[in-house]
Write a new protein. Structure first.
Length: 107
């Protein structure tokens, strides 16, 4: 691996944005391109802004690095908290619907 690739990896790894934690940076070499896969997580204690915006700002910073010529960004999200929040929202909605139907039967 040449020093430019190592510098690029380090630059990506050291790019910071509030609420985004970089865990791993991996690269793959194609015939023409060097591709990077980056594993991040979001600091759940940081209530700065919407998680997607935090990640988008970080991706924008990476795109502006001198080592990066362009990005095709695919974001795969695994957020257990999201699933929990979604389930709670569905439960609230079901409870509200049940209350409404109980009231209408009482009339």
């Amino acid at each position: 691996m040449n020093t430019d690739a190592i510098r690029a990896l380090n630059a990506i790894y050291e790019t910071t944005s509030p609420g985004v934690i970089v865990h791993e940076v991996s690269i793959g070499f194609g015939r023409v391109d060097v591709m990077a896969w980056i594993k991040t997580s979001l600091d759940s204690d940081t209530k700065i802004e919407h998680p997607t915006m935090r990640l988008a700002r970080w991706v924008n910073k990476v795109r502006n690095l001198t080592y990066v010529s362009g990005t095709t960004t695919t974001i795969l999200v695994h957020d257990p908290g999201h699933e929990r929040r979604h389930e709670k929202a569905l439960a609230r909605e079901a409870a509200a619907t049940k209350r409404r139907s109980t009231r209408s039967r009482a009339r």
